[in-house]
Design a protein around this ligand. Structure first.
Ligand SMILES: *Cc1c(COP(=O)(O)O)cnc(C)c1O
Length: 371
């Protein structure tokens, strides 16, 4: 039995009757840029996230970049984040000319270890970017306490966390900016690239909206230098339709995680400490990824792939050790928990349409490997 890491075709069948005519309608209207369909998507996503405003953008990466631009963060400034994240988080910090300052992760949640956060603050620090990795929120009480004390902007990288909750509050509703991605592999994916920013402040939203469209305000008059960061109408239409299904898909991912818990629990792999499973805690985890730690991880990955079970490493090289950031002067050992996670973790299939048989097959193949 082949078990892919992700298969979006069954999901497409579920929404096809609704999406195809809606896309055709856009084609026939020939209205592709901004306008009421993008605005209605923005309203729907902001409401879903418990945020005040939504601004549709080209991607999650551009959402991060635009948030930093809206705060005039640039050369001479520092932005604190985690080295154990997707490249875009740190890429955005460097692209505006500011310096990424890393804080190691908590080994259980893989998110910023807030107990180390304050030590990283300097007079040059302007912002903190907590990343809600794999669909589980960072300790936002800890992040907000340090941010308030030192007057820092908080930009939530919520690309993997649409609908995730921290003490009942959703990702993108706590910080100054929430940055979401509609890349197809995210829990709410569009048909290409797309993203959304959520905000709570009217002035910040106004500036973000202007920067999204070249800084033009009014049209052809520029006080700011922005860019083309617009979410297009075709993607907005897909996102708004899919949003209605999102809670059902999230429940299916959570059920798959619970099922893995039962299946692994019935083996001796946990007691022998061959593998350890993610711990969700009390907050709403949306399982964008289901990531285990595994003994002999690389060999296990090869074995799974030989047996047609999809799996992936998110992420094999922590960002402080990437060649492009060598000027930051970091070395192996600087962020030990991030480095350990990069060498021990493995993502298993968790997508909503994963069947009982498929999940059982994944665990069987892992069990065979350690026998
Ligand atoms: C996917 C992702 C991004 C970037 O989103 P894109 O839409 O692909 O640009 C940023 N941060 C994290 C943590 C992500 O997972």
């Amino acid at each position: 039995m082949r078990v892919p890491l992700l298969d979006l075709k069954p999901q497409y069948e579920q929404i096809r009757a609704e999406v195809e005519p809606a896309l055709l309608e856009v084609c026939r209207s020939q209205a592709f840029i901004l306008g009421p369909k993008v605005e209605s998507c923005e309203r729907a996503v902001a409401d879903y996230c418990g945020a005040t405003f939504g601004v549709g953008v080209t991607s999650g990466s551009d959402a991060l970049l635009l948030a930093l631009m809206a705060e005039d963060i640039g050369p001479g400034d520092e932005v604190i984040t985690t080295p154990y994240t997707f490249f875009a988080t740190v890429g955005a910090i460097s692209r505006v000319g500011s310096k990424p300052v890393f804080v190691d992760i908590d080994p259980v949640t893989y998110n910023l270890d807030v107990s180390q956060l304050e030590a990283a603050v300097t007079p040059r620090t302007k912002a903190i970017i907590p990343v809600h990795l794999y669909g589980q929120m960072a300790d936002m009480d800890g992040v907000m306490a340090v941010a308030r004390k030192h007057n820092l902007i908080v930009i939530e990288d919520a690309a993997q966390a649409i609908g995730s909750e921290w003490k009942g509050r959703r990702a993108g509703s706590i910080g100054d900016y929430g940055c979401f991605s509609f890349f197809p592999s995210k829990n709410l994916g569009c048909f290409g690239d797309g993203g959304m920013m959520t905000l709570q402040d009217t002035e910040k939203t106004r500036k973000t909206v202007i920067l999204r469209n070249h800084g033009s305000d009014p049209k052809y008059y520029h006080h700011l230098i922005g860019g083309n960061f617009r979410l297009d109408v075709l993607q907005a239409v897909v996102v708004e339709i899919k949003l209605k299904y999102l809670d059902g898909w999230t429940a299916a991912r959570q059920a798959n995680a619970a099922r893995y818990g039962r299946l692994f629990g019935a083996t001796s792999l946990l007691s022998e400490e061959r593998v350890s499973l993610p711990e969700a805690g009390d907050d709403r985890h949306i399982y964008n990824q289901y990531v285990i730690r595994a003994e002999r991880r690389d060999e296990l990955m090869a074995h799974l792939r030989e047996n047609d079970v999809g799996c992936e490493i998110y992420y094999p090289v922590p960002l402080h050790l990437q060649a492009c950031f060598k000027d930051l002067g970091h070395q192996p050992g600087d962020f030990p928990e991030s480095e350990k996670a990069a060498s021990e973790t493995l993502a298993l299939p968790i997508y909503p349409d994963l069947t009982d048989d498929m999940a059982a097959r994944v665990v069987e193949v892992i069990e065979n490997f350690y026998r």
